[in-house]
Design a protein around this ligand. Sequence first.
Ligand SMILES: NC(=O)c1ccc[n+]([C@@H]2O[C@H](COP(=O)([O-])OP(=O)(O)OC[C@H]3O[C@@H](n4cnc5c(N)ncnc54)[C@H](OP(=O)(O)O)[C@@H]3O)[C@@H](O)[C@H]2O)c1
Length: 284
Amino acid sequence: MNPILVIGGTGTVGRQVLSRLVATGAQVRALARNPGAAHLPPQVELVRGDLTLPETLDGCLDGIDVVFLVWTAPAAAVAPALERIAKHARRVVLLSAPIKTAHPLFQQPNPIRALFEQIERLIETSGLQWTFLRPGMFAANALSWWAPQIRAGDVVRWPYLDAPTAPIDERDIAAVAVRALCEEGHAGAEYVLTGPQSLTQFEQASTIGRVIGRSLRIEEITPDEARRELLRIGPLVAVNMLLQAWAAAIGQPAHVTSTVAEVTGAPPHTFLDWATDNAAEFLA
Ligand SMILES: NC(=O)c1ccc[n+]([C@@H]2O[C@H](COP(=O)([O-])OP(=O)(O)OC[C@H]3O[C@@H](n4cnc5c(N)ncnc54)[C@H](OP(=O)(O)O)[C@@H]3O)[C@@H](O)[C@H]2O)c1
């Protein structure tokens, strides 16, 4: 079997996809902008490439049949990169988002949603077989959102504490990705992936406090305060996207699917599982 190419293998989900693929015995290649800093398992063939430099992609895609694609690069690079991928590969599994799910958390207009719509449209007309993974909020967001505050003290300042989400563990996204990469039968599937429970942001932060044995003071801040304070987690466009999504989500439970269990045969991890397994990240 030809190697599977993972693009985004140094990131939160891609790293889990790579380690799971290696465990199945599959041949795996990872594209990295800076291979020297990638720190991937030794079984992974590491190649240098950059989605914004299409001429670097042909070599990475040589002999590749199946691609796992994480896209965080600028929109201008989408069309040339997908053209190269479609020239070489037969199938792509894209890490997308629940942009078609009729829940207010997922229905706010924003540039990231427009980017995914563009990528999906191009993939659908490219001749590639495709599978779209549509995870909701990642449990791992807690690492950039709350870990710095919790490591520094007992106060978590956060907006929209009553907004519920169903955080998904990156290991569960990766488990579905590996099925779609390694098995036939997932072409045309759009898998909306969530964790097993609807939990407010307050409940999620409290869970972390419980796991690390500290009683955290979790304080609501206004959207305007958040817009100023949350720039450390991403650009204003991403912060505004989150604020709009949480505002719209208040007052109803999060959307919860059973797709992880249906595709993998195993129930998804709870947020308590995730927090327990990542507790060290919240300790000073
Ligand atoms: N966070 C959420 O709650 C959530 C929910 C739904 C969907 N999503 C989507 O999930 C994706 C993010 O996944 P993630 O958190 O696993 O990613 P991540 O940790 O941010 O990692 C991004 C990966 O993309 C690579 N990359 C960035 N620019 C590149 C380029 N120009 N060429 C080649 N590789 C490049 C990075 O490699 P380097 O090592 O070179 O930086 C890294 O491996 C985004 O598309 C996001 O919209 C996120």
